[in-house]
Design a protein around this ligand. Structure first.
Ligand code: CTP
Length: 420
């Protein structure tokens, strides 16, 4: 994207290789008095070596003129959904593809509600829906609005989707007649620190390849019948999606039985049997920095599946099963730099059995799950995991959406990544 003015405030020592090192921030300014503080935020981001593309809602332009932000950011401010002449690329996709992070400051109750509801009725809300990287909201509003059940519900829903928040804080509000209480937008310095933190997390994952297995395997008895399990593939898919959002390259080896579309941006390898999954993991293992074995791999497979359909007339067939290869254990004994995360499905003596799996399979971390517990069933939206690292205390997570749990799992796995 092109700017309307060159970078202002050109102190080379402050901008070259600054803390943000040319990272690209989309700053959506929505209509609240705290918009004036966002002018300082733009300055701070530029001083830290970042770039800023400002978007404004119509209401925001009543508080601060777009020209102020354009001058501070060195880029034309985008406000219109349908600018004239129409740009070649859809206007909402241009910034959504350009940015490394989207910051909404101030974020009004109205904007938070629109984002939670998936509405796209102006440029900032449409860009926010289309944006696939980390999102940071800095709410600012009257304390009565902030504490209203509707706003709190929206915040909770957005948090579940992985949206980050900073503030609001208690203290003097922008408007002189406003009552005290929580609602004041965080200071630009704190917002900048948070932006830096979120981007740093991402940079730890850039240039990393994550290999994720997901879903059930199916083991054929004959051309029409098979043995399988209840895995939905949601947990593994969530890990793959969150790894993509962190900037990693992701290879997803997934059971064909999973019908859901794969997360955007993954390299998908579809397999059917445990043997195919094992071959696929081995083929891609050298390339990866982290293996997450979320698949429910069959432990047994029919020793000799019938080439033609078994017929009733021939009587009840005798099934002879043989053991499949333990893929996780193979990975644990063949790794060089790779960090390895496995899952453990246990219905009793949970921690003890997870500890045994951790050691016997040579993993760095085991995500322990009991599918018989409420909110942790196969195929559900939520899961209750306990993360058991090889070198520390188990961490019991609360009931979380699979997306949040995947985030926590990657956070915990991060420290096992080898130095680059
Ligand atoms: N796993 C694997 N290869 C297999 C079976 C399991 O890589 N043939 C992996 C799973 O993906 C998971 C971990 O091993 O990450 C543990 O799976 P789980 O089913 O809990 O345990 P099993 O090793 O199969 O042992 P058991 O079923 O007896 O508890």
């Amino acid at each position: 994207m092109t700017g309307i003015a060159d970078n202002i405030d050109q102190d080379p020592t402050s901008t070259i290789a600054g803390r943000l090192d040319r990272r690209r921030v989309i700053l959506a300014v929505t209509g609240g008095i705290a918009a004036y503080k966002s002018c300082h935020l733009v300055r701070e981001i530029i001083r830290a070596g970042g770039e800023v593309q400002v978007l404004m809602t119509d209401a925001a332009t009543r508080f601060v003129a777009p020209l102020t932000f354009a001058t501070l950011s060195g880029k034309e401010v985008l406000t219109e959904m349908f600018p004239e002449p129409p740009p070649a690329d859809p206007i909402h996709l241009t910034p959504a593809r350009w940015g490394h992070i989207l910051v909404v400051a101030p974020a009004t109750a109205n904007f938070i509600g629109r984002l939670a509801g998936g509405l796209a009725d102006d440029l900032p809300s449409t860009v926010a829906l289309a944006f696939q990287g980390p999102i940071l909201l800095a709410p600012a509003m009257n304390p009565r609005l902030w504490t209203s059940p509707a706003v709190q519900d929206n915040i909770e829903q957005l948090s579940r989707r992985g949206v980050n928040f900073i503030g609001p804080e208690e203290g003097e509000m922008g408007g002189v007649h406003e009552e005290p209480g929580p609602g004041r937008m965080s200071e630009p310095d704190s917002i900048l620190n948070r932006i830096e933190g979120l981007l740093a997390d991402r940079s730890r994952w850039q240039d990393r390849t994550v290999l994720v297995t997901s879903g059930p395997t199916i083991e054929p008895l004959d051309p029409v019948r098979f043995l399988s399990n209840r895995s939905s593939g949601r947990m593994g898919d969530a890990v793959a999606r969150q790894a993509i959002l962190r900037g990693a390259e992701v290879i997803l080896i997934r059971g064909k039985a999973v019908a859901a579309p794969p997360p955007d941006g993954v390299e998908l390898v579809e397999v059917e049997t445990a043997a195919e999954m094992s071959a696929a993991v081995k083929a891609h293992f050298d390339r990866c920095d982290l293996l997450v074995m979320a698949a429910a791999v069959a432990d047994w497979t029919p020793e000799s599946p019938h080439a033609s359909k078994l017929k009733k007339i021939d009587g009840i067939p005798e099934l002879t099963l043989c053991q499949t290869e333990d893929i996780l254990a193979w990975a644990g004994s063949h790794r060089s730099r790779q960090a390895i995360v496995g899952f453990a499905l246990e219905t009793d003596d949970h921690l003890e059995k997870a500890g045994l799996k951790l050691a016997s399979k040579g993993a760095d971390l085991i995500a322990l799950n009991d599918p018989t517990r409420p909110h942790s069933a196969f195929g559900g939206e939520t899961v209750r995991l306990t993360l058991v690292p090889r070198d520390g205390e188990p961490e019991e997570l609360p009931t979380l959406t699979k997306r949040e749990a995947a985030d926590r799992l990657l956070e915990a796995a991060q420290r096992f990544l080898s130095a680059q």
